[in-house]
Ligand binder design. Structure first.
Ligand code: AOF
Ligand code: ZN
Length: 364
């Protein structure tokens, strides 16, 4: 078996821990000795052992002279755990094959350098594309110091998110709705506008069958603090609620919300909540991934700020029609088709009866 086969296995091991490693990356490791797998490991949780250490423990003495396949450059720093580069050197592995480098300034090439200095043969860039996609969240967070932003929308085949009377339950089928709960489980935070809170009173929790899953921090954009203090998300105690507002909101309402345990942040005397400022604050708070679930004005404001990393759109095989039925993105929109935002690396799947289309906006 070649490099690719073992690296793909390491990527699969890494992927299995999706949703539970934040703020750390997903990392997998496979150790091969004479054509035999002698160790496998994945990073499962921040603060716990790194993938290499897990795999080395399994391999024991058989790591000597072996080849280690790692999806991310082994770390060289003392973080919550000691450096993996040192552990690999101490184990006596002869070669290390790496998929992608670690952009963390504490590592950034020093892991590879240390291995080479110790006389280990190092190969980089095997399955690099896949490894970069796997850790799209971590790479964005560590280099931009803000969360990776995914906008999720659900619409009918004719592009409507509700009927003209505002009826929207349900657009997509059960399988797609379950898929959304899996996405919530995988994100650190979820965001809606106050309009959505007033109209739908959503809970924004993760509700998967059996193991319910991890709840994201619930974030509301609320320029003038119109959020009703009877909103379910304020009273259910299921997960933290953070409200982003402006200095134009009432101090009195702010005090009421804070007394209810809500964290209130202001982006200053801005017309609306300033998206870039908010994302910076979320980065400082350790939020690595943000799932934006609208409505259409909020979605548009992220587009205007060029602050969208990924789009996930569920398309239901039904038609609503009508000039007045709303669409996923409001705002003003572009004037010329030449100015439309292109999506790259499109992925199309079917989820139950619905289509799921994912893509990455190309920012010019
Ligand atoms: C690896 N293997 O499995 C992971 C790595 O706080 P710590 O000690 O867990 O360190 C976290 C940093 O280590 C993280 O930001 C990233 O740069 C790297 N993660 N490195 O060699 C692993 N999870
Ligand atoms: Zn490490």
């Amino acid at each position: 078996m070649g490099h690719d086969t073992y690296m793909k296995l390491a990527l699969t091991l890494a992927e299995a821990a999706r949703g539970q490693t934040s703020p750390n990356p997903l990392v997998g490791c496979v150790i091969v000795q004479g054509g035999e797998i002698v160790g496998m490991g994945a990073h499962l949780r921040a603060g716990e052992a790194h993938a290499e250490v897990q795999a080395l423990r399994m391999a024991g003495e058989r790591a000597r002279g072996a080849t280690a396949y790692v999806t991310l450059e082994p770390c060289s720093h003392h973080g919550r755990t000691p450096p993996c580069a040192n552990a690999l050197i101490a184990s006596g592995v002869a070669s290390v094959v790496i998929a992608s480098s670690d952009p963390n300034p504490l590592v950034a090439g020093q892991g590879v350098a240390r291995l080479r200095e110790a006389g280990i043969s190092v190969t980089c860039g095997v399955c690099e594309e896949e490894a970069k996609r796997l850790n799209e969240v971590f790479f964005t967070y560590i280099t931009k110091k803000r969360p990776f932003v995914t906008i999720k929308t659900a619409m009918t085949l004719d592009g409507k998110v509700a009927t003209q009377t505002g009826s929207s339950r349900w657009i997509t089928g059960e399988a797609a709705r379950l898929d959304v709960h899996q996405m919530r489980h995988e994100h650190d935070a979820i965001l809606v506008g106050v309009g959505t809170v007033i109209a739908d009173d959503p809970q924004l929790t993760t509700r998967l069958p059996e193991e319910k899953g991890r709840n994201p921090v619930r974030i509301v954009l609320d320029t003038a603090l119109r959020i009703p203090d009877t909103a379910r998300m304020l009273t259910d105690g299921e997960a933290p609620v953070w409200v982003f507002t402006t200095d134009r909101a009432s101090q009195e309402k702010r005090t009421v919300l804070e007394a209810m345990g809500v964290r209130v942040f202001s982006t200053g005397m801005t017309q609306r909540v300033h998206i870039e400022t908010m994302l910076g604050v979320l980065g400082e708070e350790g939020i690595t991934s943000l799932l934006v679930e609208g409505g259409s004005e909020v979605n548009a404001s992220f587009l205007t700020a060029s602050a969208v990393d990924k789009l996930v759109t569920y398309v239901a095989p039904k038609l609503v029609a009508g000039h007045l039925a709303p669409t996923p993105f409001g705002g003003i929109g572009v004037e010329q088709m030449a100015d439309a935002i292109d999506l790259a690396d499109l992925k199309v799947e079917t989820v139950g009866v619905d289509l799921k289309i994912s893509g990455y906006p190309v920012w010019k």
